[in-house]
Design a protein around this ligand. Structure first.
Ligand code: HEM
Length: 128
């Protein structure tokens, strides 16, 4: 329904499908996979909880894990501009591979996530 939150328009089932698809791409990405644990179950669960609140739905991450403090939680990981682009490319591919999310909602969510992703960068790209 136009006017509702992104969460209302996308819904929990499509969000779960998106997150599953996203980490399939992350696990296959040579830039990103080395940063993540082999078992992505908890990582995906936290992302699903975070995105629920981020999209205007139930604030599940806050309820279960407290303040997300996303930039601080990413500081232990070397997030370069190249890795931020790879993360966004995985998200774009996952959105395309999730037909339950219509293009308008996909574009809105991608735009919001790309604004967050630039704030996670904490390390310059390695020189060639
Ligand atoms: C956790 C990488 C951007 C949300 C993590 C973890 C890594 C990572 C390595 C730890 C995974 C684990 O040990 O379970 C990256 C990279 C990004 C990026 C390379 C590129 C810019 C983002 C963005 C968001 C986000 C844009 C949100 C919109 C989260 C959340 C967690 C997380 C919610 C779980 C935090 C926790 O441990 O409680 N990320 N991330 N990340 N990331 Fe990112």
């Amino acid at each position: 329904s136009p006017g509702g939150s992104l969460y209302d328009r996308i819904g929990p089932a499509a969000l779960e499908a998106l997150v599953t698809e996203f980490y399939r791409h992350v696990a296959a990405d040579p830039e990103l996979a080395p940063l993540f644990p082999t078992d992505l179950t908890l990582t995906a669960e936290k992302q699903r909880a975070f995105l629920s609140g981020f999209m205007g739905g139930p604030p599940l991450y806050h309820q279960r894990f407290g303040n997300p403090m996303l930039r601080a939680r990413h500081l232990p990981h070397a997030i370069t501009p190249r890795r931020a682009r790879a993360w966004l490319a995985c998200m774009e591919a996952a959105l395309r591979a999730t037909p339950a999310i219509a293009p308008a909602e996909a574009q809105e969510l991608y735009g919001a996530l790309s604004r967050v992703a630039v704030h996670m960068v904490n390390t310059p790209d390695a020189e060639e």
